[in-house]
Write a new protein. Structure first.
Length: 354
């Protein structure tokens, strides 16, 4: 058999990003031996420290270079000494747009009821996936100021949605729901058709047209405000949810909380035909930097998603199984500093559990 080999670009980023990435790479090293594949990792210093020294975020040439990799493993972007928005737009959004990572995939799964803030909810009740459109909407950065700095100032932010962009996101969600190992096989469109009557008219019409091609997938619709309510009251209703960029950003943070917190929440920025990027969704948490107290589980779970994406499905399952074992059998809490172990020890425990 031909030896399977991969090129992984690593962007540890800011704050606790390098610490959690190290634990993910520790797990990658162990799982590659167990499942007989090889890889090379290249570490890139894109982040706050480099920006403060050079004024550079990420250049077009560097983005072109990232296209040569099989996947990207990201730690976190966000530095306390850099004005909010510069790194997020200059690195994160720029990378997503340049590599056309038009899907943000966020599994929301409760591993242990001890970590859930919702009363009487069990792991069987919280197991759904949010498919978020990742390249359009309000995050396109379109808009303008009128009469800036005066009493008559107007700030206009445009939600830019194209038929092509909406359709490819919805099609991905239908295909994902069809393949997902779930009895419900239900895709819920989450939007705001009653108020945002242009953007969500396009989403709803496209959804209704596409569902004819997927008769095996049940469909549903919920306003975004109702969705947040049901996340808390009846999360067991959901299977796969598809939504736009801004609503997806908001509801996935609530999803992270009901699955146990940011310490366990992983996500993928997916280009189904190109290079995808995987990350813990909790941010750089600068106040915990260098203390060996941050939870690396989200980064380890993101690594599992990365493995699945490059075709190493068995290795991905093994990582998830090991992570579940450590979370349910070893950890006292998923919160930083309260886990019962340090960051490095959690990584070691996952490697042992493999």
């Amino acid at each position: 058999m031909e030896k399977r080999s991969y090129k992984i670009a690593v962007m540890p980023g800011d704050g606790t990003g390098p610490e959690v990435v190290n634990e993910g790479l520790k797990v990658l090293k162990a799982v590659s031996k167990k499942f007989s594949f090889s890889y090379t990792e290249n570490i890139f210093d894109y982040g706050g420290e480099r920006y403060l020294k050079t004024g550079k975020t990420i250049t077009d040439e560097e983005l072109e270079g990232l296209k040569k990799y099989d996947a990207i493993f990201l730690g976190a972007i966000g530095h306390p000494d850099v004005k909010p928005g510069i790194l997020e737009q200059g690195i994160l959004l720029k990378t997503r747009f340049a590599l056309d990572q038009y899907i943000n995939l966020r599994p929301v799964r409760l591993y242990d009821e001890r970590f859930c803030p919702l009363k009487d909810k069990k792991p069987a009740d919280i197991d759904f996936v949010v498919v978020r459109e990742n390249s359009e909407g309000l995050y396109k950065g379109m808009g303008e100021f009128q009469n800036k700095g005066t009493k008559d100032e107007v700030a206009i932010q445009i939600s830019h949605n194209t038929r092509k962009g909406v359709e490819r996101c919805l099609r991905y969600a239908f295909e994902f729901t069809r393949k997902r190992n779930s009895k419900k096989k239900t895709l819920t469109l989450c939007g705001k058709t009653n108020v945002l009557t242009y953007a969500w008219d396009l989403w709803q019409r496209t959804f209704d047209e596409l569902k004819k091609e997927y008769p095996d997938v049940k469909t549903d619709y919920a306003h975004v405000d109702a969705t947040t309510m049901w996340f808390v009251k009846n999360p067991e209703w959901f299977d796969v949810i598809v939504t736009d960029n801004i609503f997806g950003d908001i509801i996935t943070d609530l999803g992270a909380m009901i699955q146990g917190g940011m310490g366990i929440a992983a996500g993928g920025n997916i280009n189904p035909n190109g290079v995808s990027m995987f990350e813990p969704i909790g941010g750089s948490a600068p106040k915990y930097t260098g203390q060996n107290v941050i939870n690396p589980m989200a980064a380890i779970c993101a690594l599992g998603m990365l493995l699945d994406n490059i075709g190493e499905a068995e290795a991905a399952k093994a990582v998830e199984k090991a992570a579940i074992h450590v979370a349910t059998k070893k950890m006292k809490s998923l919160a930083a500093g309260k886990m019962g172990y340090g960051t490095k020890e959690i990584g070691d425990l996952v490697v042992e559990s493999l």
